[in-house]
Write a protein that binds this ligand. Structure first.
Ligand code: THU
Length: 133
């Protein structure tokens, strides 16, 4: 992953965060997934009056990519519309582990700037069944 990839992913995540539907939490999140073929898939959080039905930005991006036939990713950038930090929730870490167990998680916030983690460091001993992706 190049520095250019990192910048492009952060920029896509910042843009899509503005599309978040977050009338309940007012916490607007954007995510940009880098596929192995170089394509970028974006997602935002989509909340619901039945709070548990809310979809996080990361899972929105994964669902968009998988529905387009893309299942292998190398990195994801996550940020919020207002620049506050947004580390991925536990469910999103597990969902990402299915499709990018060796992938990187890029966080951007005003406070800390760009931080890059291995998904395996954020989710030690993540659960996977060996399958054909
Ligand atoms: N949210 C995400 O989109 N991604 C995360 O990993 C953490 C939480 C959203 C869900 C909800 O709409 C709002 O942030 C507050 O929890």
């Amino acid at each position: 992953m190049t520095q250019q990839d990192v910048q492009a992913l952060i920029s896509h995540a910042q843009t899509v965060a503005k599309a978040a539907y977050a009338p309940y939490s007012h916490f607007s999140v954007g995510a940009a997934l880098l596929a192995e073929d170089g394509r970028i898939f974006t997602g935002c959080n989509v909340e619901n009056a039945s709070y548990g039905a809310t979809i996080c930005a990361e899972r929105c991006a994964v669902a968009k990519a998988v529905s387009e036939g893309i299942r292998r990713f190398t990195a994801i950038a996550i940020c919020t519309a207002d620049g506050t930090p947004a580390p991925p929730c536990g469910i999103c870490r597990q969902v990402l582990f299915e499709f990018m167990p060796e992938g990187k998680v890029i966080l951007w916030s005003e406070e800390k700037g760009t931080e890059i983690f291995s998904l395996s460091a954020l989710l030690p001993l993540g659960f996977r069944l060996e399958n054909e992706r």
